[in-house]
Design a protein around this ligand. Structure first.
Ligand SMILES: [Fe+2]
Length: 329
């Protein structure tokens, strides 16, 4: 386990990024907000990257949590090859499967299986926010999403920086949260009307894990407010009222616009996010618009999270998300 670092991680991440850019000066990195998001240009993702380019993209990802590229019209094979330069790939999706012929690729279409439920019981500021597959014992380390068919307006994605959200909490609350763990479930939203197919897929692939509320990021040493609203159901050991009130406080805090960035997609856009230190929300406005939307996602195999108290996450139900062993590309 990597120990938390005694000095300000952000300063060290800035220094690492500066050093990396020095070795790849043709790459430009333009931050998109105070806490999260950077646009990377000057690199062609259709080709294998040099070690210096991989290091620079990785350093920018660790510093800014989500990095964006534009004008990168990759094929499925090229997206998979690009992703492999940063780690092992998971199967497309542990519950909803993959694109035919591409075991590592998950289709994010407007009317995909994961959306086949409706009628949420309540709409709150954090509704729909999540980190990918945190109900797994080892949630993906990162996700890489490529835009292919993009509406002329609507369909933006937002991310929030959960390390910055942690830092903004008071010290007494930070200390209290470090002693707590939460249970994450992959299940249909409460109060939703779901298709039989959706319910069967979720029932046959149930994932439940217990994660620390505050994790230590394995690469940056940052403490992270690890609260994926879509999957985190309750805080272990608290009574129902305490758990719900505390989670609502934390979720509302985490999706404060101060910690977020919003990305407007174009065909050829690519977003690459650190799934260990961010949450994101899929746009809901596309369902009010008569446009199609098609993106494709790959995810990198993640580690089992470890809490600020040194305790690792525990699996309750379901298998870990292992590497896909298709070597066709
Ligand atoms: Fe997601």
């Amino acid at each position: 386990m990597n120990m938390p670092l005694p000095h300000a991680p952000l300063q060290r991440l800035n220094e690492q990024l500066s050093a990396a850019q020095h070795a790849a000066p043709h790459i430009q990195i333009a931050p998109q907000s105070a806490h999260i998001g950077a646009l990377i240009s000057g690199v062609n993702l259709q080709q294998a990257l040099s070690p210096a380019e991989v290091h620079t993209v990785r350093s920018a990802l660790l510093r800014w949590k989500v990095v964006f590229f534009r004008g990168q019209h990759l094929s499925h094979e090229q997206q998979i090859a690009f992703s492999r330069q940063f780690g092992e790939l998971t199967p497309g999706h542990p519950v909803f499967g993959h694109v035919d012929g591409y075991p590592e690729l998950y289709s994010i279409a407007k009317h995909r299986k994961a959306n086949r439920h409706s009628g949420q019981a309540e709409q709150r500021p954090w509704t729909g926010w999540h980190a990918d597959v945190t109900a797994a014992h080892n949630p993906p380390a990162a996700s890489i999403l490529r835009g292919v068919t993009i509406p002329p307006y609507g369909g933006d994605t937002q991310w929030t920086n959960l390390a910055a959200a942690y830092e903004a909490l008071s010290k007494p609350l930070q200390s209290f949260l470090q002693s707590l763990r939460g249970q994450h479930h992959f299940s249909a939203p409460q109060g939703a009307t779901a298709s039989q197919e959706y319910l069967e897929l979720v029932r046959n692939n149930t994932l439940i894990s217990e994660h620390p509320l505050i994790t230590v990021h394995p690469e940056t040493g940052e403490n992270v407010l690890y609260i994926s609203p879509g999957f985190l159901k309750f805080i272990v050991g608290l009574n129902t009222r305490e758990s719900r009130a505390l989670l609502e406080l934390l979720w509302e805090h985490a999706v404060n616009s101060e910690f977020t960035v919003r990305f407007k997609w174009e065909p050829g856009s690519l977003a690459f996010w650190d799934n260990r230190s961010t949450a994101h929300v899929a746009p809901q406005d596309i369902f009010a618009l008569d446009f199609e939307r098609q993106l494709y996602r790959t995810t990198l195999v993640g580690e089992v999270p470890v809490g600020a108290d040194g305790r690792a996450s525990t699996a309750i139900q379901g298998d870990p998300v292992l590497a896909s062993h298709n070597a066709a590309y």
